[in-house]
Design a protein. Structure first.
Length: 274
């Protein structure tokens, strides 16, 4: 079985793309998941012209672009098709004013309307699970995506979110596997107490390195290999500020933690996919 491609989500950086590409290639990444968002190197209103250029620039630096994080609309789908980007990753917030079932129905109607454009451009919508008031688990993804061809609408399994939601690795992979299209996230989280012991306990999700998270990366890589998942392993580069401080680390503040996790993931892939 082919070894997975290791990519990194570019969310922490708004640097000019040539400098960012040099940095990430120098770290040993093989590709990126490009953030197509306001304030980033490619913005949604210019996606048709700028995404293909960005993908070519990244290729010149030895980096592939198998996925982006962006809008799911026909303009973005067409741009991905032109640029050879296979997956647009999104999360799926639940509008509690409507309720869970109505929110799911709304997503499915939106997906259905985009199926012709997805098929025409050989692009898939990839829905990632996310803790909180969102589709947060593998079982939630399976419910949302039931009946869709993963080549068009697929699951992006994120065990960091599954772990804080309570799903073990083997079960999460088993649930999500029929809906997957090769893209898997690798990041880690745990719950930390957010207030003092004299108060009623409150806990917050803390994004951390592989060795302090709520699931075992070796177990996940092993289960993905056992069930035939190769594709792309994307590292979202998501690390919280120090305990008690709000917000995520951004820019090069993530690099020491990211380098440590990248080395660990590379070693696991070399051993388990050998």
């Amino acid at each position: 079985m082919a070894k997975p491609l290791i990519t990194v989500f570019t969310k922490p950086w708004t640097d000019p793309l040539p400098e960012l590409a040099d940095k990430l290639a120098g770290m040993g990444f093989e590709g990126v998941e490009l953030a197509v968002r306001p304030g980033y190197q490619v913005v949604p209103e210019n996606v048709a012209s700028d995404l293909p250029k960005a993908v070519r620039l990244l290729e010149d630096h030895g980096l592939k672009t198998p996925s982006i994080a962006g809008e799911i609309d026909e303009a973005t789908i067409e741009a991905c098709g032109a640029a050879g980007v296979g997956i647009i990753r999104i999360c799926a917030p639940i509008d509690l004013a409507k309720g869970y079932r109505a929110s799911v129905d709304d997503y499915r109607r939106r997906f259905d309307a985009l199926l012709p454009a997805l098929e025409r451009n050989n692009v898939a919508i990839g829905v990632q699970n996310h803790y909180g008031t969102m589709i947060g688990s593998a079982v939630g993804l399976a419910h949302l995506l039931d009946g869709y061809d993963p080549k068009q609408v697929c699951a992006v399994l994120d065990m960091g979110h599954c772990a804080v939601d309570g799903e073990p690795v083997a079960m999460a992979v088993d649930i999500a596997r029929p809906h997957m299209n090769g893209l898997v996230n690798f990041k880690s989280a745990c719950h930390l107490r957010a207030n003092g012991p004299e108060l009623e306990a409150e806990y917050a999700v803390h994004w951390t390195t592989h060795d302090h998270g709520g699931y075992n990366w070796r177990a996940l890589v092993t289960e993905l290999q056992r069930t035939g998942v190769a594709g792309t392993f994307c590292m979202p580069a998501e690390y919280s500020q120090q305990a008690g401080k709000h917000g995520q680390r951004m820019g090069d503040d993530v690099l020491p933690f990211l380098a440590r996790d990248l080395a660990h993931l590379k070693a696991l892939i070399a051993e388990i996919y050998a």
